[in-house]
Design a protein around this ligand. Structure first.
Ligand code: SF4
Length: 195
């Protein structure tokens, strides 16, 4: 099918594009990720994706980088004291997949899919639900694949290709969480050495 593949970054696109091309799909990549903070990180991930996709002759469409819209949608969920990380990520998936499905529907694509499921750190079942919801709302097919079994190969290939590999999911909150976790691990190692 003529497929719009929502992609979060270059490394996560390697294996899904190979898998989906082998299945016979005609792939266009959609970089629609207003979640990514800061803007320099957004640009870095996009340029990494573009450099690789150009070599593979894969077309890319870029959505608007609308941080204000992301904050109005996902940031609001995240600031709710009772909201969980799952709630926040669901809102984030919803915004990005909705954008991809809308674009796909308006530009003659048969279906929409996403690379988000490569990562074992994402909520796979929620991604499945949100992809189906977004595709259904726009009258196109939802092509869900759980790409987690391909994560190790994606890691190996992206290292081999010298691709930039980010160390946090994307939003300002995940960046702060990842930094806090690294500080905690460093402190634990220092405490262990002293002991
Ligand atoms: S952790 Fe990732 S999926 Fe969750 S809200 Fe942040 S950028 Fe979105």
């Amino acid at each position: 099918m003529k497929l719009l593949l929502h992609a979060c970054c270059g490394p996560c696109s390697l294996e899904p594009t190979r898998f989906l091309a082998n299945e016979g799909h005609d792939i266009t990549i959609a970089y629609m990720n207003s979640n990514i903070h800061p803007a320099s990180e957004y640009d870095r991930r996009l340029s990494t994706l573009r450099a690789w996709a150009d070599r593979e002759n894969l077309p890319i469409v870029e959505g608007p980088y609308d941080v204000r819209a992301w904050e109005g949608c996902v940031g609001t969920v995240a600031s709710d004291t009772y909201a969980s990380r799952e709630d926040r990520c669901r809102a984030c998936y919803r915004m990005r997949l909705e954008e991809a499905a809308r674009y796909a529907s308006e530009h003659g694509f048969d279906g929409v899919s996403t690379t988000l499921t490569v990562s074992p750190y994402q909520y796979t079942d929620i991604i499945r639900e949100e992809l189906k919801r977004a595709a259904g709302a726009h009258g196109i097919a939802s092509l869900f694949e759980d790409f987690r079994p391909l994560y190790d190969e994606a890691t190996r290939r992206s290292r081999e290709l010298g691709m930039y590999r980010q160390n946090y999911c994307g939003c300002r909150i995940s960046q702060a969480e990842a930094e806090a976790e690294r500080r905690e691990r460093k402190a634990a190692r220092a405490a262990k050495r002293e002991a």
